[in-house]
Design a binder for this molecule. Structure first.
Ligand SMILES: NC(=O)c1ccc[n+]([C@@H]2O[C@H](COP(=O)([O-])OP(=O)(O)OC[C@H]3O[C@@H](n4cnc5c(N)ncnc54)[C@H](O)[C@@H]3O)[C@@H](O)[C@H]2O)c1
Length: 318
């Protein structure tokens, strides 16, 4: 039995990953400041230890423990959080990550770094391949601070490659039970609105297309990727590769949940402020991931919507 570090383990993807690692027999140390994560998402298990600190504060305690693996998921996440606090986003995602990676490099701990499809920026990839160039909007547009910060994280991991065995995972839209909409995540926002029969607010004109992968299909591939020597030093796209328009997604949510919600179109500048930029289509090329791991069979989007609705209902009942 080995001890694994999961930063951000009280969050959406992190909590599912922790369950997976426990099922494999590992013991897990979660470091999470609960800025967007929740204590009730941490499994109540004798092989889980939780440190309620930011990564930076935890490192200040001079931890001496060695870990068999580390998964760095802690980050400022969500468009709303990023546009409201671009400075904090950069400090969190870059400065704290740099310190953590240095700490893990000192013990050559195999490390998975969570990155994002946002690092492709407004690139023209159809679909996006890991070797594509990144093309970003202006630094005066706050939303790009997230993409830039994650791209710097990737550079940091690759720069430490001699000491730090690492893999960088570029998550495309990942959805499922426990995800929350308050920081702008589209599917939980739609599901919450549908459950309340209140307007489902589509930002932009709704023709933009995205691919949604169920978190439970995604997390199983993370430990496999980290333990596959061929993935070392590589960025790897992870997600689903069948796009759906955001308007179709809103209609699907309404129909699956038999909701009477109207669909309301809200222009980007009203939703996120003037100058907001978004991409018309974001689809991953998953060939590299498929060469490295067996991607798990996908749950249907309708099933994910139903399960997400159940988790929102359950939480409301608590
Ligand atoms: N969900 C997606 O679709 C998606 C897409 C692309 C990338 N990602 C990446 O995956 C990772 C997990 O995202 P998520 O969707 O689970 O979001 P989340 O907000 O649920 O998880 C992030 C967790 O990190 C914690 N955290 C934030 N800053 C911290 C810090 N400095 N120290 C300690 N804990 C801190 C939060 O409290 C939260 O529990 C992030 O790195 C994110 O950038 C997610």
């Amino acid at each position: 039995m080995s001890r694994v570090l999961v930063t951000g383990g009280a969050g959406f993807i992190g909590s599912h990953l922790v369950e997976n690692l426990l099922a494999e027999g590992h013991s897990v140390l979660i470091v999470d400041d609960l800025s967007t994560g929740r204590r009730q998402q941490i499994p109540d298990h004798d092989r889980v230890e939780f440190v309620h600190l930011s990564v930076a504060k935890w490192l200040e305690t001079h931890p001496s423990e060695l870990f068999s693996e580390a998964y760095h998921l802690a980050a400022a996440v969500g468009v709303r959080k990023v546009v409201e606090d671009p400075f904090g986003t950069i400090i969190n995602n870059v400065v704290e990550t740099a310190s953590l990676l240095q700490f893990l490099a000192a013990s050559s701990t195999p490390t998975l770094l969570a990155s994002t499809s946002e690092v492709y920026g407004v690139g023209q990839g159809r679909p996006f391949r890991e070797t594509d160039d990144s093309v970003y909007g202006s630094t005066t547009v706050a939303r790009w601070s997230y993409a830039h910060s994650k791209a710097v994280d990737e550079h940091l991991a690759f720069a430490l490659e001699d000491e730090l065995p690492s893999v960088v995972v570029r998550f495309f839209n990942t959805v499922g039970p426990r995800q929350r909409g308050e920081w702008g995540m589209v599917l939980p926002r739609f599901v919450q609105a549908a459950l309340e029969n209140s307007p489902i607010e589509v930002h932009g004109d709704g023709t933009q297309r995205r691919c949604f992968a169920d978190v439970r299909d995604v997390v199983g591939s993370l430990p496999v990727l980290l333990r596959t020597p061929q993935s070392r030093g590589l960025p790897v796209n992870i997600g689903h590769d069948e796009p759906i328009s955001i308007l179709e997604l809103a209609e699907m949510v309404r129909s699956v949940l038999q909701s009477s919600s109207p669909i309301k179109i809200t222009p980007y500048d009203q939703a996120w402020g003037s100058g907001f930029q978004d991409l018309q289509e974001r689809v991953p090329d998953l060939s590299r991931a498929r060469e490295l791991v067996q991607l798990q069979p996908s749950r249907s989007l309708s099933e994910t919507i139903r399960d997400l609705a159940d988790s929102i209902r359950m939480e409301a009942a608590l």
